[in-house]
Design a protein around this ligand. Structure first.
Ligand code: SF4
Ligand code: SF4
Length: 395
């Protein structure tokens, strides 16, 4: 496994001339039945004609919907549905501004497949049911996504502010004892990684203690991408069927170049041709998914790549792999601990006595590895140290 991690912080170089091409939608989409590790059974007879938003796979309230109008075939060998597009690609919004009871709200969000994009695998309705909404509890509208690649705050603030206000007032009437902390209709400061980490955000901005696990009972946290899809569903009846995908590049020095381009991509789209175009025109040969801070596999362009909107939100292209993947010896510079945003002291993980590493505070943001000048990778050390803890558990 290779890593794109660099000893430098990734800076944006706005002079880059690199232009990411627009992905071309294929007429054959492939939707798999895996929902955050859970296998969902298919729903209905196949082959059949489906509409955008129709259920293809479902177990309880977990469901995967059709992203297009088309003919659906079930592939028994791969437990996937192949969709051949035969109609309109865009969903026609049906604007419906209204108030919702708690039950109406949860039912509508479940029916339209809306889930948390901040806590993997949880539906919004599950987070709401876990939230006790007692005295001192808070509902948080956060302006930052985890990796900060896509500015959903601007989309919400400039185009959907009346809907954000309507949703906020609905939550205020449902969760009467809770305070809604709305960072969407305020102007947020510039994003700095890891501001979009939910545990970090509520400790930094909402005066909450930095706990080992996210306090779902006391805090209902909705990041801007999650809010975007909630609003699309509640007020425009748009099911979760596509996701914004940012595409950016890093150069040979490990520096992020140019502005990311953002596309709305249907679930199940085959991006192989898109990558081929980039390889032929621009010689970017490798890519990684979602993060340059956490250890990620690096893929070589050429193999088939299907966009799965439960797993992918960003693609980072590179001309070369990091050639020095072998770590050197620690020189005790202490940068790893100095740049740790929560003072968890990762340097202690290299000592015989590791007890001063604050594993319960650690966000697993990966900054200690990014800053280490000799490429020591803290990922496994942190995982080993935490192996008996369960992060982000919803009880
Ligand atoms: S120890 Fe490393 S991964 Fe954990 S919070 Fe600090 S910088 Fe991030
Ligand atoms: S692990 Fe890396 S960053 Fe930390 S003290 Fe050693 S050389 Fe410096």
């Amino acid at each position: 496994m290779f890593s794109f991690k660099s000893s430098k912080l990734f800076k944006l170089n706005k002079k880059s001339k690199f232009k990411v091409p627009t992905p071309i939608i294929n007429d054959n989409l492939v939707i798999t039945n895996i929902f955050y590790g859970k296998t969902l059974p298919p729903v209905g007879e196949f082959p059949r004609r489906t509409e955008i938003g129709e259920i293809l796979f479902q177990s309880g309230t977990s469901r995967i919907l059709s992203p297009v109008n088309g003919i659906a075939y079930f592939d028994n060998t791969q437990n996937s549905v192949h969709l051949r597009i035969d109609g309109e690609l865009s969903f026609r919004p049906n604007y419906e501004r209204q108030e919702f009871t708690y039950l109406e709200l949860k039912t509508k969000l479940d029916n339209l497949g809306i889930l948390s994009l901040d806590f993997s695998g949880y539906l919004i309705s599950e987070l709401m049911d876990t939230f006790t909404a007692g005295e001192g509890s808070i509902v948080v509208f956060s302006p930052y996504t985890q990796e900060g690649h896509i500015d959903f705050h601007s989309m919400l603030y400039t185009k959907l502010k009346p809907e954000v206000d309507a949703f906020k007032s609905t939550l205020e009437s449902i969760f009467k004892k809770s305070k809604v902390m709305d960072f969407i209709t305020d102007k947020p400061g510039p994003y700095r990684y890891p501001d979009g980490n939910p545990r970090y955000f509520i400790s930094k901005k909402c005066n909450q203690p930095l706990e080992k696990e996210f306090p779902h009972k006391n805090v209902l946290y909705l990041g801007p991408e999650t809010l975007y899809h909630i609003i699309q569903a509640l007020y425009y009846n748009i099911p979760f069927h596509e996701r914004h995908l940012s595409v950016s590049v890093i150069n040979k020095k490990g520096v992020e170049e140019g502005e990311a381009r953002v596309f709305r991509v249907k679930n199940g789209t085959n991006l192989t041709h898109f990558f081929d175009t980039i390889l032929k025109k621009n010689n970017y040969r490798y890519f990684t998914i979602n993060s340059i801070y956490n250890k990620q596999p690096v893929f070589e362009i050429g193999a088939e790549f299907l966009f799965d909107f439960l797993k992918h939100h960003s693609i980072i292209l590179s001309e070369s792999k990091n050639p020095t993947d072998v770590p050197g010896m620690c020189n005790d510079c202490n940068d790893c601990s100095y740049f740790c945003p929560v003072s968890a002291d990762p340097r202690a993980l290299l000592d015989k006595d590791k007890s001063s590493f604050q594993k319960d505070r650690c966000l697993e943001c990966g900054l200690c590895s990014v800053y280490c000048p000799v490429q020591i990778d803290f990922y496994e050390l942190i995982k080993t140290s935490k192996k008996d803890t369960q992060v982000y558990a919803v009880s």
